[in-house]
Ligand binder design. Structure first.
Ligand code: ADP
Ligand code: MG
Length: 268
C-alpha cells in the first residue's frame, strides 16, 4: 500500500450525529482501518455504551474490562485501556463496556465534567501510544458523552445518511456544535461531512446528496459510501469491511474516503 501523508500534528476527529443508524460507528471503524492500512497509527475511542465499535474491531469489552468508562473516571489511562486490534498492528481501540451506560448521569456531578476525555487524551499516557489519528465514536445523543468528545477533538466528522430524514435534526446538531465552540472549545471545526448508505437506484439519494453539497460545500467528501451488504456484514465477523472483503465497493469507498481525509489535511 502507498503511504498516506502523516499529519504534522495528531488529528482528533469526533464522529457525531445524534441520530442513530446513520453510519457513525461504521465510518469511524472503517476510516480508521483505511488509514491504518496505509501505515498510519490510529486509535478508535468507543464512546457508545452499545460498544459497536469494540465489536467491529474485535476487542474485549465485557463488563469490567478496562474501558473508556474507567478512563473518564480517571482510574486508568487511555494507553492502559487501549487494545491493539487483530486487523492491524497500527489500529487500536479503547473499548466501551455496558458500564458506560450510567456515565451520562454520573458525569453530571463530576469535576470538569465536560473535559474529562480531553484531559485523558492530552495526558502523557497518549504520548506512549502516539497515534496519528484518533476517532471518537459518539453515542446517538447530544449528552455529556458527546460534549466530552467535542471538547476533546479539533474536528467533527458528521456522517449523513442519503435518505429522506437525513437533514432532520441536523440543525440541532449544528447548534450544539456552536455552543461547544463558543463556550468550551473554540478550535472545534466541522471538517468533514461523509455521505453514507448511498443507493444509486433512488432519485432521493441524489436529491439528498445535492442538498447536502449545496449546504456544506467543500466540507463534504467527494467520496460517497454506497449502501452495501458487505459493509453491514463485516462487524458480525469482528472485522472492518476492509478486512472482511477488501475488493468490495464498500471497502474501496472507505479507503478512498480515508485517503481524502488524509490528503486534504485539516484546513482548506
Ligand atoms: P450509528 O453508529 O450511527 O448508529 P452504524 O454505523 O451502526 O450507525 O450503522 C447502522 C446500521 O447500518 C448498522 O447495522 C450498519 O451495519 C449498517 N450500515 C452502515 N453503513 C452501511 C452501508 N454503507 N451499507 C449497508 N449498511 C450499512
Ligand atoms: Mg454507533
Amino acid at each position: 500500500n502507498e503511504q498516506l501523508p502523516r499529519p504534522t500534528q495528531r488529528r482528533v476527529l469526533t464522529v457525531a450525529n445524534q441520530k442513530g443508524g446513520v453510519g457513525k460507528t461504521t465510518s469511524a471503524v472503517n476510516l480508521a482501518a483505511g488509514l491504518a492500512l496505509h501505515g498510519l497509527k490510529v486509535l478508535v475511542i468507543d464512546l457508545d455504551p452499545q460498544g459497536n465499535a469494540s465489536t467491529a474491531l474485535n476487542v474485549e469489552h465485557r463488563s469490567g474490562t478496562p474501558s473508556i468508562y474507567e478512563v473518564l473516571l480517571g482510574e486508568v489511562s487511555v494507553a492502559e485501556a487501549a487494545q491493539v486490534s487483530d486487523q492491524s498492528p497500527n489500529l487500536f481501540c479503547v473499548p466501551a463496556t455496558i458500564d458506560l451506560a450510567g456515565a451520562e448521569i454520573e458525569l453530571v456531578t463530576m469535576v470538569a465534567r465536560e473535559s474529562r476525555l480531553k484531559e485523558a487524551l492530552t495526558s502523557e499516557a497518549l504520548d506512549q501510544l502516539n497515534p496519528d489519528y484518533v476517532f471518537i465514536d459518539c453515542p446517538p445523543s447530544l449528552g455529556l458523552l458527546t460534549v466530552n468528545a467535542m471538547v476533546a477533538a479539533q474536528e467533527v466528522l458528521i456522517p449523513i445518511q442519503c435518505e429522506y430524514y437525513a437533514l432532520e435534526g441536523l440543525s440541532q446538531l449544528l447548534r450544539n456544535i456552536e455552543l461547544v465552540q463558543s463556550h468550551l472549545n473554540p478550535h472545534l471545526d466541522i471538517s468533514t461531512i461523509l455521505l453514507t448508505m448511498y443507493d444509486g437506484r433512488t432519485k432521493l439519494a441524489d436529491q439528498v446528496t445535492n442538498e447536502v453539497r449545496n449546504h456544506f460545500g467543500e466540507t463534504v467528501l467527494n467520496t460517497v459510501i454506497p449502501r452495501s451488504v458487505k459493509v453491514s456484514e463485516a462487524p458480525g465477523f469482528g472485522q472492518s469491511v476492509l478486512a472482511y472483503d477488501p475488493g468490495s465497493r464498500g471497502a474501496m469507498s472507505y479507503l478512498d474516503a480515508a485517503k481524502e481525509i488524509a490528503e486534504r489535511g485539516t484546513k482548506r
